[in-house]
Ligand binder design. Structure first.
Ligand SMILES: O=C(O)[C@@H](CO)OP(=O)(O)O
Ligand SMILES: [Mn+2]
Ligand SMILES: [Mn+2]
Length: 566
C-alpha cells in the first residue's frame, strides 16, 4: 500500500510538528451560520451551551470561514452556500468552478449545443418531443430559471419543434409563493416560442419536496409521483393551464410551493398534453446532483425495481450534468461536471487512515458522496465504513425537529470509542432541514438537539484523548426572516413577517480542540478570507500529515511554545 501510494503521488509528507494516531472527530453542522444575535437567529435563541463554549472558550481555536459565493466555486458572491458545494469544498480542499458556473459558461459560449449530450438528444427533435424536467427557481442551488430560458431558446434554434416543460416548484431556496412569478416568466417565454412556430407548453408540475426531488433513496414514492405525472401523464389534479394549477393548489390546506401536489396539464378533451413517449428526448435541467440521481435512475436503468414504472419509454435522455461520477449516471449529459479529483478522502485512504462516516438518510450522501467529489462508494472498503441512520419519512421536519441527531452522535461516539477509526465524520442535519420549514420554534428545538449531539461526540473525543473539528457547510438557521436592504425584518400590514426558508450568505464557524491537539496548535491570523476549502488541509494536519501543495492552505499553525488559553 505504502509503495503504491508513493508511486501514484498519493503519499503525504509527515507534518513536522503534529503527530499521528489521534482519532479526529469531524462534525459538520448542516445549515449553521454565524449572524448577530436577533430574535430570528434560531441558533442564538436556542440553548446551545456546547457551541457557545467553543466560541467563548478559545479565541485561537474558533473562527469564521466563508461558505458561499466564489469561495466555494459559485458564479458570484450573491450566491448563497449549499450542501453540495459546501461538502465538495470541505472534502476536496480545492475550489472548483461548480455546476452552476459551468452551465453558465457553456450556455454563454454556445458550447452546450456542440457537445455529445446535446447532439444525442437532438436526434429526437425531428419526430419526437423534447421534455425539460427541473426546478423552476432562481435559487441557484439546484437550477436557475435563466438557464432554462436560454436552453429553451437554444434548443428551439437547434431544431426542437415540440417542447414540454415539467416544472417543480421551489419555495425552499426562494420565498414561498414565488412559484407564481417564475411561472409567469416561463409562460411568457413559451408564448414567444409559440409565436415562432414552436409547439412549446408546460405539461406537468408539483412541489419539489413532494414530487421528484427526493434524495439518497429516502422515499421513492416522491419520484413515483413525478414519474406518473411526467411520463404517464397521470396525476390527481388536472388543469388546462399551469398558472391556474399552481394558484389553485396553493389554496389547499397547508399547501405551499415545496409540497404542492402533482398535476398534469390536459387539453379540452382531458388528454394530457405531454406524456413522455417512445422516441422523445428528455433533459433534467438541474445542475445539482443529489436530488436528480433517483429520477436519472428511473429514466435510464433497464432493470429497475424501486416502483412500477408501468411504461418505460425508449427515450434519449441527458442530464444537465452527469450527476454521479462513479456510476456514470446519466450516461449522456449536456455539460461536463467539475472534475473533483484527489479529494482528502482518497488521499487519507491511500495513506492508511481508517474512516467512519455517518449521517441520517437526508444528509447521508453529504458526508460521503459530496465529501468525496460526487462519487458514490468507498475508496478502500477495508479502511472505510459509512453508516446511514434512516430518516423519518412522511412527516415534515418541523414535526420531529430533533431528527436523528442523537442517534447519529451515538454512532459516532461508539466509532470513536471503538479505537478502530482514525477519522469519525458526521453531518448533523437539524439546523438545515428544520430551518427549511420556516418554522422558528421547531428550528430552535432542532438547534438545541444538534448542540446536544455535538456534546456527545466531544465527550467521546475527550475520553480517548482525541481531536475535534466542528464546523458547518453554510448558513440557514441563524437567519429565518426575510429582511429589507438595511437588514430589518419586512412586516406586512398586520405586522407579520415572512419566514426565510433558504440558506444564507453568512460565514460559518469552525472550532478545533480536544486533548489530543498539540498544545501549540492554533488558527493562523494571515488567512482572513479563508473558506470551507481550507478545512481539508487542516484535517490532514490533524492526522499528522502535510497537505498536498495544490490544496488551499491549512487554517492552523503550530508554535513550539504551547498555546495558552487567554
Ligand atoms: O434541500 C436541499 O436540496 C438544499 C436546498 O435546496 O439544501 P442543502 O444544500 O442543505 O442540501
Ligand atoms: Mn447543507
Ligand atoms: Mn439546506
Amino acid at each position: 500500500m505504502a509503495r503504491r501510494a508513493e508511486e501514484a503521488g498519493w503519499k503525504l509528507a509527515d507534518h513536522p510538528r503534529l503527530g499521528k494516531g489521534k482519532v479526529v472527530g469531524v462534525v459538520v453542522l448542516d445549515g449553521w451560520g454565524e449572524a448577530p444575535p436577533d430574535p430570528f437567529n434560531c441558533i442564538h435563541v436556542a440553548d446551545t451551551p456546547t457551541l457557545d463554549a467553543l466560541k467563548k472558550g478559545s479565541p485561537e481555536r474558533w473562527r469564521l470561514i466563508k461558505a458561499h459565493g466564489t469561495a466555494v466555486g459559485l458564479p458570484t458572491d450573491d450566491d448563497m452556500g449549499n450542501s453540495e458545494v459546501g461538502h465538495n469544498a470541505l472534502g476536496a480542499g480545492q475550489i472548483y468552478a461548480q455546476g452552476a458556473k459551468l452551465v453558465d459558461m457553456a450556455l454563454a459560449s454556445g458550447k452546450i449545443y456542440e457537445g455529445e449530450g446535446f447532439k444525442y438528444i437532438q436526434k429526437s427533435f425531428e419526430t419526437g418531443t423534447l421534455h425539460l424536467i427541473g426546478l423552476l427557481s432562481d435559487g441557484g442551488v439546484h437550477s436557475r430559471i435563466d438557464q432554462l430560458q436560454l436552453l429553451l431558446k437554444g434548443a428551439s434554434e437547434h431544431g426542437a419543434k415540440r417542447i414540454r416543460v415539467h416544472i417543480l416548484t421551489d419555495g425552499r431556496d426562494v420565498l414561498d409563493g414565488s412559484s407564481v412569478t417564475f411561472l409567469e416568466t416561463l409562460e411568457n417565454d413559451l408564448a414567444k416560442l409559440q409565436e415562432m412556430g414552436v409547439d412549446a407548453r408546460i405539461a406537468s408540475g408539483g412541489g419539489r419536496m413532494y414530487v421528484t426531488m427526493d434524495r439518497y433513496e429516502n422515499d421513492w414514492q416522491v419520484v413515483k409521483r413525478g414519474w406518473d405525472a411526467q411520463v404517464l401523464g397521470e396525476a390527481p389534479h388536472k388543469f388546462q393551464n399551469a398558472l391556474e394549477a399552481v394558484k389553485k393548489l396553493r389554496e389547499g390546506p397547508k399547501a405551499n410551493d415545496q409540497y404542492l401536489p402533482p398535476f398534469v396539464i390536459v387539453d379540452e378533451s382531458g388528454k394530457p398534453v405531454g406524456p413522455i413517449l417512445d422516441g422523445d428526448a428528455v433533459v433534467t435541467f438541474n445542475f445539482r446532483a443529489d436530488r436528480m440521481v433517483m429520477l436519472a435512475k428511473a429514466l435510464e436503468c433497464e432493470n429497475f425495481d424501486k416502483f412500477d414504472r408501468v411504461r418505460f419509454p425508449k427515450i434519449r435522455y441527458a442530464g444537465m450534468l452527469q450527476y454521479d461520477g462513479e456510476l456514470k449516471l446519466p450516461s449522456h449529459y449536456l455539460v461536463a461536471p467539475p472534475e473533483i479529483e484527489r479529494t482528502s478522502g482518497e488521499y487519507l485512504a491511500n495513506n492508511g487512515i481508517h474512516t467512519y462516516a455517518c449521517s441520517e438518510t437526508v444528509k447521508f450522501g453529504h458526508v460521503t458522496f459530496f465529501w468525496n467529489g460526487n462519487r458514490s462508494g468507498y475508496f478502500n472498503p477495508n479502511l472505510e465504513k459509512y453508516e446511514e441512520i434512516p430518516s423519518d419519512t412522511g412527516i415534515p421536519f418541523n414535526i420531529q425537529p430533533k431528527m436523528k441527531a442523537r442517534e447519529v452522535a451515538e454512532k459516532a461516539r461508539d466509532a470513536i470509542l471503538s479505537n478502530k477509526f482514525d477519522q469519525v465524520r458526521v453531518n448533523i442535519a437539524n439546523g438545515d432541514m428544520v430551518g427549511h420549514t420556516g418554522d422558528l420554534e421547531a428550528t430552535i428545538i432542532g438547534c438545541k438537539a444538534a448542540d446536544e449531539a455535538v456534546k456527545i461526540i466531544l465527550d467521546a473525543v475527550e475520553q480517548v484523548g482525541g481531536i475535534f473539528v466542528v464546523t458547518a457547510d453554510h448558513g440557514n438557521a441563524e437567519d429565518m426572516v426575510k429582511r429589507d436592504k438595511s437588514g430589518k425584518p419586512i412586516r406586512d400590514r398586520n405586522g407579520n413577517v415572512q419566514p426565510l426558508t433558504s440558506h444564507t450568505l453568512n460565514p460559518v464557524p469552525i472550532a478545533i480542540g480536544g486533548p489530543g491537539l498539540a498544545s501549540g496548535a492554533r488558527f493562523r491570523e494571515d488567512l482572513q478570507d479563508a473558506g470551507l476549502a481550507n478545512v481539508a488541509a487542516t484535517v490532514m494536519n490533524l492526522h499528522g500529515f502535510e497537505a498536498p501543495n495544490h490544496y488551499e492552505p491549512t487554517l492552523i499553525e503550530v508554535s513550539a511554545a504551547p498555546y495558552l488559553k487567554s
